[in-house]
Ligand binder design. Sequence first.
Ligand code: ACO
Length: 327
Amino acid sequence: MLKVKVVGTGSFLPPNRVTNFDLAERMDTSDEWIRSRTGIHTRHLLDPGAPPAQMGVEAARAALAAAQLPPAQVDVLIAATNVSEQPVPGTAPHIAAGLDLPNEPAFLDLKAGCSGFVYGVALAGAALAAGVFRCALVVGIEALSRFVDWTDRRTCVLFGDGAGAVVLTPSPDEAAILGVSLHGDHGKLALLRVEAGGVRLPASVDTVKKGLHFLKMEGEGVFRAAVPMMEQATREALHQAGLAPQDITWLIPHQANLRIIRPLAARLGIPEERVVINIDRVANTSTASIPIALDELRRAGRLSPGDVVALTAFGAGAAYGTVILRW
Ligand code: ACO
């Protein structure tokens, strides 16, 4: 469908690895509760004071090295993230500065909840196929540890920090983005939200006192919406590609919760050995989760040319979508 391919992947996890047992020392929770409800054993958290964009710089450097392309080649940089480095400017310019990209490429932040990376790959792919750009760097980056309420055990145990990146270039002879399905259900705005700090409710002493800068989640609602959304988008993208679920070599779902990933795979009829799961080690890294999982799969030598890879996500908004790649 789109004559564009992924030529490099990279990822970065901050070194501070925090186990469920570590959390149980700080709050009223347990390894058993977290593991059985989510599949999470550990997560990596960014040190206080460390600049989040540096995670994106490291992931992007690794992706460019894997692609054997110099930074000068990049002519568009998309940073998919829920919470930017600072309100103005966003994360992408900080990553461009950290990489010292020499050719003043286009850069932008893309906010589509945990689906931002999937959206970014689809939109960068379309722009490359149309000839607008020649080399795109798409980075999924998240430091939600800075935005969760560490006194709210219902949310803080779920998330980890990290970044992942891919380099995309046109591939004149073959279509490697085979199918794309992107959607948003605006009826579900309240499922995942940070209420204050934007223009609707600017930061004030009162909003800080009320904890309105923290991420809030309707866990039950997310749980019920996630599986049908990702299934629908995956079936639509497969249909566009002229493929069926059994043609998928690797399903890489957003790593929100093992209890979401497993029913999704079951509904699509994809056996667990073809589902990429790393939530046990890295928890939910939001829009970074898919590129981190993709990079780990590649570095483990488990991706072969011709493999069909389905990237599927859902998240705040509620934005959801799937991209089908031919590796
Ligand atoms: N440790 C121990 N007990 C806890 C914890 C915790 N970390 N968190 C909640 N509990 C307690 C609650 O206080 C409650 O106790 P109570 O009945 O005495 O009040 C009990 O456990 C059940 O709480 P629920 O919130 O109902 O827990 P539930 O079984 O629904 O699981 C969860 C919560 C895992 C978030 C679930 O709703 C879920 O899987 N939701 C899907 C959403 C999700 O995974 N989101 C990830 C992020 S969103 C995204 O990526 C797009």
